[in-house]
Design a protein around this ligand. Structure first.
Ligand code: ADP
Length: 444
């Protein structure tokens, strides 16, 4: 049905058919985030560090120079435009570069500098003179592996370090020995290359990275494959695991693949409704909602707005109507490729379009900071029709320090809707005020 908006396959035809929507959704989300992100995300929380040996001194660095990197690597870091380590890198980098090598499990939301950190660790441990794989990095999908690969290429541009991709569909001759220093790939292929095909000698691996552990474990088989790879590695191989979230299942997996770990966590900045003015508008039906929306547009100056619909059908209809009214509209929908979505979001962020119409699924996890008005054309509900408080918060909430004031308008067109709205209101203990769409003077 048109409600069932499934994220598209991120792995093209390579995706295992058994993979559930959840995995595809997570991997697509993660890729989308990478494609639209060009900066570190801000976070005012404290980094929590749990050292395996609590007696060893805790190092943190405020500059890349303090890390005593090889000059060509430092050059690579600066060429990427990094001036100083990110919050998580301040603690993670000294740990990852320490001698003897230490294991690490690190969790922080996407955009906080994890990838850059482990790429730096891998590059600094490679000896370019040795023409065999010394670092192994596991990614959940080919597309995600490619993104990490780009970072390796960029940061390693002044080092003579070569990279190979171990992904399905890549055919190598029997008996081939991989000469590249770093291999990045998906667990199934890497496992084959290390075991039955013997393209890689796992005993020579010095650094093992498991990226996006939370996305990884959502795929059938990835957990087992990762553990089987890990078991082939030498005892003194450095093991590093990264995850954006840390639910119990990720944690259990992390403990299995990373023995004697140091642990670093950076909590996500909490979103809040405190700086948001919330309203609801009573309507009779969909057309009425659209008229109300036009009234609102006619009455207040809206720099940029995001409008959320429940179904793809409603979203396209609404985008069409808004377009007819002369609005510059962009639309995100589930049948679009991740790259297409990223392009739409980019244009919107640049202000080329003023209205972004989207369905729930597509917009999950996207931060478009400059949006001052969020309109719930349909209220967020879960698949059982209950209020989806988390999505509501994420759509309209702002993080403490970075959040500007915002405006949220909810369209209600039935008794049932009104009940949902009331439950959302109760949940957050924040009043959602009534707004008369024919008399908008009330706001601002
Ligand atoms: P994560 O892996 O946690 O999602 P990334 O390492 O991809 O985070 O970093 C997010 C963005 O911030 C990327 O665009 C990256 O180039 C940039 N970045 C990473 N570290 C730094 C830094 N120390 N200074 C400036 N930008 C950085």
């Amino acid at each position: 049905t048109d409600d069932a908006e499934s994220a598209e396959q991120t792995d093209g035809k390579n995706v295992e058919k058994k993979d559930d929507d959840d995995k595809e959704d997570k991997a697509a989300q993660s890729l989308l985030n990478k494609l639209i992100r060009n900066n570190l995300v801000g976070n005012t929380n404290q980094v929590e560090v749990l050292q395996r040996d609590p007696n060893s001194p805790l190092y943190s660095v405020k500059s890349f120079e303090e890390l005593r990197l090889k000059p060509e690597l430092l050059q690579g870091v600066y060429a990427m435009g990094f001036n100083r380590p990110s919050k998580i890198q301040e603690n993670a980098l000294p740990m990852m570069l320490a001698e003897p090598p230490q294991n690490l499990i690190a969790q922080s939301q996407s955009g906080t500098g994890k990838t850059a950190a482990f790429v730096l660790a891998m590059l600094s441990r490679v000896d370019p003179a040795n023409r065999y794989p010394q670092c192994l990095c596991l990614s959940p999908t080919y597309e995600l592996a490619l993104q990490t690969g780009k970072v390796i290429e960029q940061m390693g541009q002044f080092s003579n370090i070569k990279l190979a991709y171990a992904v399905r569909g890549k055919k190598l001759e029997r008996g081939h020995k991989i000469p590249e220093h770093i291999v990045i790939g998906t667990p199934g292929t890497v496992l084959d290359w290390c075991s039955k095909l013997r393209f890689i000698d796992p005993k020579k691996i010095k650094v093992f990275v498991l990226d996006e552990a939370d996305v990884m474990i959502a795929t059938q088989g990835h957990q087992d494959q990762s553990i089987r790879i890990q078991k082939m590695l030498p005892r003194d191989c450095q093991m590093l695991l990264f995850s954006a979230t840390f639910e119990e299942s990720v944690w259990r997996f992390a403990q299995k693949v990373v023995p004697e770990p140091n642990i670093i966590k950076l909590k996500r900045e909490e979103e809040t409704l405190d700086t948001i003015k919330q309203y609801y508008v009573m309507c009779n039906n969909r057309d009425d909602k659209f008229r109300a929306l036009c009234n609102i547009y006619g009455s207040i100056t809206i720099a940029q707005a995001m409008i959320f619909c429940h179904t793809r059908k409603t979203a396209s209809w609404l985008a069409g109507e808004l377009y007819k009214e002369g609005h510059q509209v962009a639309m995100l929908s589930g049948e679009m490729m991740v790259e297409q979505r990223a392009a739409v979001i980019d244009r919107f962020r640049e202000g080329k379009e003023k209205v972004l119409v989207t369905t729930n699924v597509c917009a999950r996890g996207i931060d478009v900071e400059q949006v001052s008005v969020v309109i719930n054309f349909d209220l967020p509900v879960d698949k059982d029709g209950n209020p989806d408080n988390e999505t509501y918060l994420h759509r309209i909430g702002r993080t403490g320090r970075f959040g500007k004031r915002g405006l949220a308008i909810n369209m209600v067109d039935s008794k049932h809707n009104m009940e949902i709205l009331q439950r959302i209101q109760q949940h957050f203990s924040k009043k959602i005020e009534h707004l008369d769409a024919d008399d908008i003077d009330e706001i601002e």
